[in-house]
Design a protein around this ligand. Structure first.
Ligand code: UDP
Length: 404
């Protein structure tokens, strides 16, 4: 559509390692999961001549990045908004071999009681709206918040971080109810890193990812990007195909993005994950707001809504209705075992359990765990791509000769 500005930066994407596969015992690879980690591994290894077999228990590729055209002619991300952002040039260059991009700087507003919408991350306008102040500069905001914050000798929990930076009033407004809904637990139990994902601004910055130099959406959507990633003569993809242990015997190596606890039949206990129930409905276009994402501050069950047609390139038809998706977080067991978010507590108790599973995996010869679920990390897309490029490169180096 007319608002699209296409850019293509994938002109230079050097090989990860020089040489070719020399290990005759490493010819076929099984990849469990056709999501982002699996797709990056598959493509890299196929380009080095390995035969790659990708399976996914879902009936589609692209994992949680999967998107589709809704009946209204608007592209919807089935598993919630995926807004690509990074400052990692290697990641941009590598992905740009498979997609053009539409620049997009994500913005979010929080809806307060009474319907007023204010910027998130918390910035100067947010502070003025909540406290009824008229602070004019960043210095004013900083001085004002100083009187609201609480000293914390050590920042361990999400509450520590927020109380020390914005104080209880803003925390209880924008973070405590949302986090309780999102994680089913209190800020006092969450790792500070979870809320550090959002910046706190004293100025007028209202972009959600202000630190990242590259922010864009794949021009034809994520599913098309994955189709191109998998479009290689050495890659076969089977969807609707759950993993079975006996498959390991038919391949020389396996990269698995499935949850490590499920892989080992929960022998050491369960790793908790949060899931989301997505409620998508259609609304008359004339009634739709101009925002992409609106976060809720109330303590009902829902966290946020996304208006897909407001994302550039997503509205393929100007129909009467547009889709809106409302998110309702829950335990993964209450959503068909669909795992989206690993639970990160301040004491790292589940990370310790993960480490014990990882030791079991390390004892196996031909198996590695990859991706958000396989490594139990709260990773963004660019981090998954980066870790996968690095991981695949290291693995190749172990099995390569330099006689290219
Ligand atoms: N968060 C919050 N209120 C908000 C937005 C985020 O309390 O309005 C907290 C919440 O704990 C959330 C975390 O910050 O899980 C990270 O937010 P982000 O938007 O990065 O979550 P994602 O987009 O990955 O779901």
């Amino acid at each position: 559509m007319s608002d699209e500005i296409l850019i293509h930066t994938g002109l230079f994407s050097p090989p990860l390692v020089a040489g070719r596969i020399s290990d005759k015992m490493m010819q076929t690879v099984l990849i469990v999961g056709a999501g982002l980690a699996g797709a990056v591994y598959a493509r890299v290894l196929a380009e080095y001549g390995l035969k790659v077999h990708v399976i996914d228990q879902r009936d589609h590729i692209a994992g949680n990045c999967y998107d589709y055209l809704d009946a209204t002619g608007v592209r919807v991300h089935k598993y919630g908004p995926h807004l690509f952002h990074t400052s990692n040039q290697r990641v941009v260059e590598w992905l740009s071999r498979f997609t053009d991009w539409i620049p997009y700087q994500h913005k979010v507003v929080a809806r307060m009681d009474g319907g007023q919408e204010v910027p998130l991350p918390v910035n100067r306008a947010t502070v003025n709206a909540v406290f009824g102040t008229d602070l004019k500069t960043s210095a004013d905001v900083m001085a004002f918040l100083k009187g609201k914050t609480e000293h914390r000798a050590q920042i361990r929990t999400a509450e520590d971080h927020l109380y020390a930076h914005i104080g209880p009033t803003l925390t209880n407004f924008f973070f405590r109810p949302y986090t309780r809904k999102m994680w089913g637990t209190d800020l006092q139990d969450m790792d500070a890193a979870v809320v550090r994902r959002l910046q706190i601004r004293m100025d007028d910055e209202d972009r959600y990812f202000p630190g990242d130099t590259f922010q864009a959406l794949p021009k034809d959507g994520y599913t098309a990007l994955f189709q191109r990633l998998f479009d290689h003569p050495e890659i076969t993809v089977e969807t609707g195909k759950p993993f079975e242990r006996k498959m390991l015997a038919d391949h020389d190596y396996c990269f698995s993005s499935m949850p490590i606890d499920a892989f080992y039949d929960y022998q050491l206990g369960e790793l908790p994950y949060r899931s989301i129930r997505f409620h998508t409905s259609r609304v008359a276009r004339a009634q739709a707001p101009r925002h992409v994402t609106i976060n809720y501050t109330d303590d009902g069950p829902f966290t946020r809504e996304t208006w897909w047609h407001n994302l550039p390139g997503h509205c393929r038809e100007e129909g009467q209705d547009v889709p809106v998706t409302v998110e309702e977080p829950c335990d993964y067991k209450d959503n068909g075992m669909e795992r989206y978010y690993p639970v990160k507590t301040h004491d790292g108790r589940y990370d310790k359990l993960y480490d014990r599973y990882k030791m079991m995996a390390d004892a196996e010869q031909n198996l590695s765990f990859i991706g958000r679920c396989g490594t139990y990390q709260y990773l963004d897309m660019h981090q998954v791509v980066n870790q996968s490029l690095t991981g695949a490169g290291k693995w190749l180096s172990l099995h390569m000769s330099n006689a290219a």
